[in-house]
Each structure stands twice: as C-alpha cells, then as structure tokens.
Design a protein around this ligand. Structure first.
Ligand code: COA
Length: 337
C-alpha cells in the first residue's frame, strides 16, 4: 500500500514598501476622514510604493524571506505560482519577472488570477502538484501593487481608502515523513462568476473593439476599481462561514480545535461578523489590516508570516485560512503546522 503524499508549508515571508500612508494623509487628497475609514473598515494606515519598486520587487523580497525560512535555495524549487490582480504588465505575468530576478533554473511559473482568494487557489494548485508526485517544492506568492491603480478623488474614495501594497510568500514541500502529521489537511474553493461585475476593473479589456482602451473609458475612470460595497459585504459574511464549515468537515476537524483563524484582510468588520456568527473568540483571529489595508492576494500570506514569526503558530497547531474576493471567489485551507 502506498502512503498518500502530504504537502506542508516549510517557510513564510512577507514584504511591504516603506512608505506609510495614513488615513489622515488620504483625507488631504479627498473628502474622507480617519473616523469614517476606521469605523467602516478597521484600517488606520497602509503602505504605498514610491516609484522605486515594482510588484516583482515586493514579490522578490517576500520570496527570498520564505526561501531562507525554509532553508531552500532558488535552484531547489520546481515551480512558481504567483497570485495577483495587479500584474506589472499585461503579459507576461509578474511571475516571469520574479523567475528572472530569483535566478531559478528553467522551471515553470505562472500567474493565477482569483483576486483576493488567489493565494488559497495557488496553495491548492501547489498542493495538487505535490500530492500527484509531479513536484516536490513549489514557491507560492501573493503580490499586489494597488496604489498606482486607485483613484484618489471623491469618485474613487470608496475603494481608494481600502487597498494597500504588499507581498507574501510560502514554500510548499512534500512531507516525506509518514509519521509527521503536519501539512495541508483540506482545501475547498468556490466561485460565482455571476457577480463578476460587482467588484472589477472594466478596462483596458480585450472584449472591446477595435481598441481595448479609449479616451472615453479613461475619462469615465473605467481603469479604476468599481465596487458595490454593501453587496460584496453581504456575500463575504455568508460565504466565508460556509466554506470554513465545509473545509472543517472535509478535514474532520472540530472548529474549537483550530488554534488560529486567518481571514482575508478586506475589512475588519467582515471578519468580526464572521467570527461572531461562528462563535470564534477574537483572540484566535489575528489581523494586520489596521497597518496594511487590503492587500488582496498578499493579505493571507502576509498575515501568516507575521503569526509564524511572532511564535503564535507552533508545531502541531491547527490553522484555518479563509478568503473572499472579486469574481466572486471564496476558499478555505486548513493546515496542521
Ligand atoms: N469616506 C467618506 N465617505 C465615504 C467614503 C470614504 N472613503 N466612501 C464612501 N463614502 C460615503 C458614500 O458616498 C455614502 O454616502 P451617501 O450616504 O451620502 O451616499 C456613505 O459613505 C455610505 O456608503 P456605503 O457604501 O453605504 O457605506 P458602507 O457602510 O457600505 O461601507 C464599505 C462601505 C466599502 C466600507 C463596505 O461596504 C465594505 O467594506 N464592503 C466590502 C468591501 C470589501 O470587502 N471589498 C473587498 C472584497 S475582497
């Protein structure tokens, strides 16, 4: 009888640009206030690039930290999966620029587009490569530069205040030790394309003819994110508990046995609502949205790195990671550390 291969996260890393942008800074640029932003989202500040760093640079720092933590060299990974909704060019994906900067051999790499659930979708992809025996080590990265794509005016204020720049990375490896119970226990993913336009950037787009971007689109701000905030909120607080319960069942784990719940950092109120509805104590739900805002695909790996480095996730403990985002997409991954 063959023993099933299990994958596990062996190293984590994160990186954010140095420039801190507070709510007060934003209030200088548009009609908003520290009070409004904190009350609605829990965000106090976020990081923005200053022109000296590309998304690849953020991803590179986070990846090197994750590789160092895992004790793995760039020449020892078998693939790179990079989740982003803010690629540095139309094509090729950010992962290719990271591939070059890391100096890895001719291993495959690709960008994965599942917005704020992108990291968990990418983790599931890496896990499938590893469990199938095709690969032994995969670098999974979440990376966003939002700040250069937001509208810092009254028209864009509902989204401009929410998002930040950052990157998080993990090394996922096959666990060769059959007696070691650590690793990914279950991942469940969902999508509902019906709501694709409830949170999106419309243009440029190859659906337009004869050109992907026009002056009219520019004037209308079609290249900035548009969001039906309340609609997104309502779906997030329904779907996150649903997929968390489904994944706990799949893993055969009781909710009370989970040591840490890492929720996507879109809005502290969403996460408080989800935790409360499931009866999860706030002490089990760390957050960093106060300092970094919503970094989409980077949020969960950034938070994971923080809790690991703070010693809040110890060997044998259970962690559940849950995301919801544009698409709509939602997912949970449960791991024993
Ligand atoms: N500062 C001040 N006022 C603002 C503002 C800002 N940055 N953005 C919007 N407003 C105004 C609106 O114009 C509106 O004014 P009006 O009542 O005069 O029309 C008012 O505040 C209330 O707007 P509303 O959209 O109803 O607020 P809300 O309570 O739904 O909170 C969000 C807005 C965006 C914080 C909230 O809907 C949310 O968090 N949604 C989910 C967002 C999310 O998680 N997105 C990412 C998913 S991955």
């Amino acid at each position: 009888m063959t023993t099933a291969i299990r994958s596990r996260i062996t190293g984590t890393g994160m990186y954010v640009p140095e420039r801190v942008v507070t709510n007060h800074d934003l209030a200088q640029r548009m009609n908003t206030s520290d009070e409004w932003i904190r009350q609605r989202s829990g965000i106090a500040e976020r990081r923005h690039v200053d022109g000296s760093e590309t998304p690849m640079d953020l991803a590179l720092h986070a990846s090197r930290r994750a590789l160092d933590a895992a004790g793995v060299g760039p020449d020892e990974i078998d693939a790179i999966v990079l989740a982003t909704l803010s690629p540095q060019h139309e094509f090729p994906g950010t992962s290719f620029f990271l591939h070059h900067a890391l100096g890895v051999p001719e291993i495959p790499c690709f960008d994965l587009r599942a917005q704020c659930s992108g990291f968990l979708y990418s983790l599931a992809t890496a896990d499938a490569f590893i469990r199938s025996g095709q690969m032994r080590r995969v670098l999974v990265v979440g990376c966003e530069v939002h700040s250069t794509g937001l509208e810092f005016t009254d028209r864009g204020r509902d989204t401009a205040v929410l998002f930040g720049d950052g990157a998080g990375a993990v090394v996922v490896e096959a666990n060769p030790d059959a007696d070691d119970r650590s690793g990914l226990l279950a991942i469940r993913m969902h999508a509902q394309g019906e709501h694709g336009k409830k949170l999106w950037i419309e243009a440029p787009g190859s659906s337009y003819y004869p050109e992907r971007f026009t002056q009219e689109m520019f004037d209308a701000g079609a290249h900035y994110p548009r969001m039906e905030g309340r609609f997104v909120f309502k779906h997030a607080v329904t779907r996150m508990p649903e997929v968390l319960r489904e994944t706990l069942d799949a893993a055969g784990i009781k909710q009370d046995d989970v040591d840490l719940f890492l929720f996507h950092q879109a809005n502290l109120r969403i996460n408080e609502f989800v935790a409360q509805s499931l009866g999860i104590p706030p002490a089990k739900c760390p957050s960093n949205i106060e300092r970094f805002g919503n970094c989409s695909a980077a949020s969960i790996p950034m938070l994971l790195d923080e809790v690991v480095r703070a010693g809040r996730l110890r060997k044998g403990q259970l962690v559940a990671m849950t995301a919801f985002g544009a698409g709509f997409t939602w997912a949970t991954a449960i791991a024993r550390w």
